[in-house]
Design a protein around this ligand. Sequence first.
Ligand code: DC
Length: 230
Amino acid sequence: MSERVIAIDGPSGSGKGTIAARLAKELGYSLLDSGALYRVLGLASQRAGLDPEQDFDAIAQLALDLPISFGRPDDSAPWQEGSVWLAGDDVSLQIRTDEASALASQVAAIPAVRTNLLQRQRDFLQGEGLVADGRDMGTTVFPNSPLKIYLTASVEARAERRYKQLIAKGIDAILPALLRELQERDERDMQRSVSPLKPAEDAIIIDSTDLSIEDVMSQVLGLTREKLSN
Ligand code: DC
């Protein structure tokens, strides 16, 4: 069975978040930022005083009951594009820090956490269709997706992009430290036992090292027309 899901996977800094958000808007599809689920879970675990290297059962339980919402804290509140909420608290900025990235990658390596977040991710498929952004969208969460894209770039190019983003926001950054953090996170995401970061067998690989966001977007739109035109 084929689903109207476009799966976009790849390492941090490959540009997949930007591409997924633009594509969802262009097609009128829903968007799943699965990394945000792991980021919020990392933060919730930290707030609960749990250790991601030890408290596996408690963190998996937290994943089942995680009070997360996207876009607004509850159905009566005004929509705030791109916002992420944990138990009514706006955590949109807090989940994007480097510390939150490392925590997300740690809780994401716990097998029971991945099992417990599976259905919640699949529930995002509603209405016209879904653009799903993550590490295992094509391999595990939506294996029947008719279009799977694996967006990658050299680790140097990804560190450089992150560096420029931080400097543009007025945040101090050290390029070699960013490069090291990315390498550590890639390593953990690729080596974990359950749903490691890797292209699905039928994924189309796009290397964005020397491409602009516009270049990638036009390739992805072309593929969408080809694979989901019926
Ligand atoms: O996409 P991101 O950088 O926001 O993801 C944060 C972390 O969450 C990433 O280091 C690995 C983990 N993750 C995952 O294991 N599976 C996903 N589908 C999405 C993210």
